[in-house]
Design a protein around this ligand. Structure first.
Ligand code: GRF
Length: 227
């Protein structure tokens, strides 16, 4: 056995929380299948029975659970049920991928600095729902997506990875969302890989990445570009 093999960090055990289509879940599944991500999805949990992501999980023989938030008296009780399932499946890192519920302190305390989420904007801009609509209404020239560690606030946890996309003058919500979505599918597996490799360290608001490859220069992108 080589030294490298001995020292290689083990696959990370994921629990993925969804409410909808689950294309980010699919991107993670695909990255694992392509051996680009050392991870094992132990369970996918949805608060919506009809979430397409549950079907994607079943197709890949991943345990898929529907936990209806309406069946609980409080947000905390719902989160206790989710935490119980995540623990039962041996989950180490929780990945929110279009999970449309705010997490209570119960959940955050159970997985401190071990819950990631993705937001379709450059945080801290445009938190909450309709981020693409907010970006268009504001008139920004760039938007993008952000993977961050979840805290008690809304879309305001320490930033792990961001991708920037231009906003075109003729964009509508659908075209901008599609451009952002494509980048989400790249940066979410990337962020999870950095975690799996033990390269992320949260210090206050900032996430330090060991051996982060330099972005290169020039770092500035101007939209519209200077002719
Ligand atoms: C994504 O746009 C993500 O940024 C947001 O919810 C959406 C989920 O999309 N948090 P999908 O279900 O992964 O396709």
């Amino acid at each position: 056995m080589t030294t490298a093999a001995t020292n290689a960090p083990p696959p990370v055990k994921l629990g993925v929380l969804i409410s909808g289509e689950g294309t980010n879940l699919q991107a993670i599944i695909d990255a694992i299948d392509r051996d680009e991500l050392e991870a094992e999805i132990r369970v996918v949990i949805s608060n919506k029975a009809a979430a397409g992501g549950l079907e994607r999980a079943r197709r890949h023989a991943i345990p898929a659970e529907f936990i209806d938030h309406r069946g609980f008296a409080s947000r905390e009780d719902f989160d206790r049920a989710i935490v119980a399932s995540l623990h039962a499946h041996g989950v180490e890192l929780v990945v929110c991928a279009g999970f449309m519920r705010l997490l209570s302190p119960v959940m955050i305390a159970a997985f401190r600095d071990r819950i990631m989420n993705i937001h379709p904007a450059l945080c801290p801009a445009f938190p909450g729902i309709d981020a693409q609509r907010q970006a268009l209404d504001y008139g920004v020239r760039f938007s993008g997506c952000t993977v961050f560690f979840v805290t008690e606030g809304i879309d305001d946890g320490p930033v792990i990875v961001q991708a920037v996309v231009p906003v075109h003058q003729d964009d509508d919500e659908a075209t901008l969302a599609a451009r952002i979505h494509a980048e989400e599918h790249r940066i979410y597996p990337h962020a999870i890989r950095l975690y799996q490799q033990g390269r992320l360290e949260v210090r206050g608001r900032r996430v330090y990445i060991r051996d982060a490859p330099p972005i290169g220069d020039p770092a500035a992108i101007i939209n519209p570009r200077i002719p």
